[in-house]
Design a protein. Structure first.
Length: 656
């Protein structure tokens, strides 16, 4: 029979198993044995979770209307203290444990507290009744002071056990509330220490989440890192709207006014606050909270928000008779969304003690109903913004559907031909390495370029005249421009927040326009497009300007090409005798240039000249200023630029 319990090699693992082997852990010993069950581990996140638990308790007093000030102090030696001006933890004997004060029961007994019945707190963040006791269990030392009923009480603990009796320190007239000061146990957390920057961010987020509270932050100067202040008073009367304005400062939004307000749930079930907008470019964010507790994994309140926004915008599109609105999904609407949602509800249920996700089923219904009605009114109150948001979401829906239909524009091969965007003539090489796409001005020039190209490595996309100026055009015009649609599809790498350099189908993008004023204007418009929509392509040195000659000089069987008037005079002196009769031909455009000449001078790698377009990081601000002045919507800036630079331009013309 013992063979059934044998380990490897036939050796018995255990010979007996009886009542004496059953271990019973008392008090807070389970927390110290298995801290991961209560705070998710013993890493830096878990360490800061201890501070969050105590701050959350103070916030619960504020949210319940009993406190309006919280003080958080980070001290040398890895000590942190949290003080509120609330009611103070009860210190009278506990009815069930008459030999112990209620304070000691709370700090030494799991699942004890004033938040189970709902009588003391209608909404609170700490509902498992393990927060304070777990912090106490995992603290090397903990001190607590309670100012209540005009009296001050104090008690000390170490690793979850009291090291002193509850003592009355005397009377206090101007003080009330609770102060807890503790130091995490290095036996549990090793050398890990609180980080001032992280704790300051936590305090600031709490102040944003509840506009009625003032949080006073103080930190030992020796512990300061980065731009974290040593002292600060955090109070934000605008709540989440203040946070959103700070978070998106300097970024362009789809709508000028955020969707932001507060809403009460019916029958006293709670309330919510929200502040939401949509960004034209870049990544957005959605941060959600339940009773001031961060819920990074979202949950039912976030699902309610998604449903309200999606149904509301679809209904608006239906009212506008926009059939494409039906294709919008929640993900399309959340792309580029920047916002915060904070709900306060009774008896919240979280997934796990670390409270990463809200699971209350009724939270979805309450949030959706409250936000849907307000979102409908917000859309109706500003039709221009609503139309922009609808177009923004439709564009993302169409992008998603297009990506699904054709994940990537495949290259044409000998065995498979595909419909190519616009009038693109593609190259045959499947890999992007060593390939080039020439963006050419007009069909005539495109025809010459197609004959002059290297079919294996060079592709040609003719563009119809001057493309849209993306610096001054509306997003709607950009989305509806067929020339830009063809260009974007040919490149394959997307634009804006969808840009992915790994999907660029060519090694180089070369702008090739006529060597005249119109050609320069077209090149400027194309560079503006790349600067605005695919700046990373430019930063990585993938964009070039071809330099076609303007003149051909012929005499005595010799042909020489010149780029401009100045270069023509230089080439005349260099290659021909003073009295020699030289035939000078001026090319009217690329379309009239013989294909062989175009190949020899502009497209062939042997003799051509390419100018790389660069964006030096140190010139980023100046580049933005010039782009706005020369290509933006304000003609007065262009006029000023011309006035400021006319003298230098005239001097160059005279010199030429």
């Amino acid at each position: 029979m013992n063979d059934l319990f044998a380990g490897r090699g036939g050796k018995a693992v255990a010979s007996s198993y009886n009542a004496a082997d059953i271990e019973v852990l008392e008090g807070l010993e389970p927390v110290r044995r298995r801290p991961g069950m209560y705070i998710g581990g013993t890493d830096e996140n878990a360490l800061h979770h201890l501070a969050a638990e105590i701050i959350d308790n103070a916030m619960d007093e504020a949210v319940a209307g009993h406190a309006d000030r919280i003080e958080v102090v980070l001290e040398a030696g890895n000590w942190i203290s949290v003080r509120d001006n609330g009611r103070g933890i009860p210190v009278d004997p506990h009815p069930k444990f008459p030999k112990l004060s209620a304070l000691e029961v709370i700090l030494t007994t799991l699942h004890s507290g004033g938040k189970f019945s709902g009588k003391s707190y209608e909404t609170s963040g700490g509902l498992h009744g393990v927060g304070s006791s777990v912090v106490n269990a995992l603290a090397e030392a903990l001190e607590v002071e309670v100012a209540r009923g005009g009296e001050l009480f104090r008690q000390t603990y170490a690793r979850g056990k009291p090291t002193s009796k509850l003592k009355r320190e005397g009377e206090t007239r101007n003080r009330r509330g609770t102060m807890i000061r503790f130091k995490p146990d290095p036996e549990i957390f090793g050398p890990l220490a609180f980080k001032a920057e992280r704790l300051f961010r936590l305090c600031r987020s709490k102040a944003y989440l509840y506009r009625g509270v003032e949080i006073r932050w103080k930190c030992d100067p020796a512990l300061i890192t980065g731009d974290t202040p040593a002292e600060s008073v955090l109070h934000f009367p605008g709540g989440l709207s203040d946070f959103l304005a700070t978070a998106i400062e300097g970024r362009s939004a789809v709508v000028p006014t955020p969707f932001a307000d507060t809403a009460e749930f019916p029958d006293g079930a709670g309330r919510c606050e929200y502040a939401i907008t949509w960004l034209e470019q870049g990544d957005g964010f959605l941060s959600t909270y339940a009773n001031t507790i961060p819920t990074p994994q979202g949950g039912t309140h976030e699902a309610g928000l998604r449903a309200a926004l999606l149904k509301g915008l679809r209904a608006y599109g239906e009212m506008k008779k926009e059939k494409r609105a039906a294709s919008i999904t929640a993900e399309d609407l959340l792309t580029g969304l920047a916002g915060m949602l904070s709900v306060f509800i009774r008896d919240p249920h979280f997934q796990g003690q670390t409270k990463d996700k809200l699971t209350n089923a009724d939270a979805q219904r309450l949030t959706e109903n409250a936000l849907r009605d307000r979102f409908d009114h917000w859309l109706a109150a500003d039709p221009a913004s609503a139309d922009n948001l609808l177009a923004f979401a439709i564009e993302r829906a169409e992008e998603r559907l297009r990506r699904r239909a054709e994940k990537e524009t495949p290259r044409k091969t000998a065995t498979r031909k595909l419909r190519l965007p616009g009038k693109l003539t593609d190259c045959s090489r499947e890999s992007s390495e060593g390939t080039e796409i020439f963006l050419v001005e007009g069909d005539s020039a495109g025809g010459s370029a197609k004959q002059a190209r290297d079919r294996e490595t060079q592709a040609v996309l003719p563009l119809r005249g001057k493309i849209l100026n993306v610096a001054s055009a509306s997003a709607e015009k950009l989305r509806g421009n067929q020339e830009l649609k063809d260009l974007i599809e040919a490149l394959g790498c997307g634009v804006g927040e969808k840009f992915d350099i790994a999907r660029l189908r060519y090694g180089r993008v070369i702008i090739m326009t006529d060597a005249d004023v119109d050609g320069a204007h077209i090149a400027a418009l194309l560079m503006t497009f790349f600067y605005k929509e695919t700046p990373e392509l430019v930063r990585q040195g993938r964009l070039y300007l071809a330099q076609p000659p303007l003149f051909r000089l012929q005499a005595g069987g010799k042909s020489v090409y010149a780029m401009d008037d100045r270069d023509r005079e230089r080439q005349m002196k260099r290659h021909f005798k003073a009295n020699q009769k030289v035939e000078v031909s001026r090319f009217k455009g690329l379309g009239e240039m013989p294909a062989q000449v175009l190949k020899e001078t502009t497209m062939g790698a042997k003799n051509r000249v390419l100018l790389k377009v660069v964006l030096p990081p140190e010139e980023r601000a100046r580049t933005a200023e010039l782009m706005e002045a020369l290509m933006g919507r304000r003609p007065e800036l262009r006029f000023k630029f011309i006035q400021d630079n006319a003298a230098s331009l005239d001097a160059e013309a005279v010199d030429a």
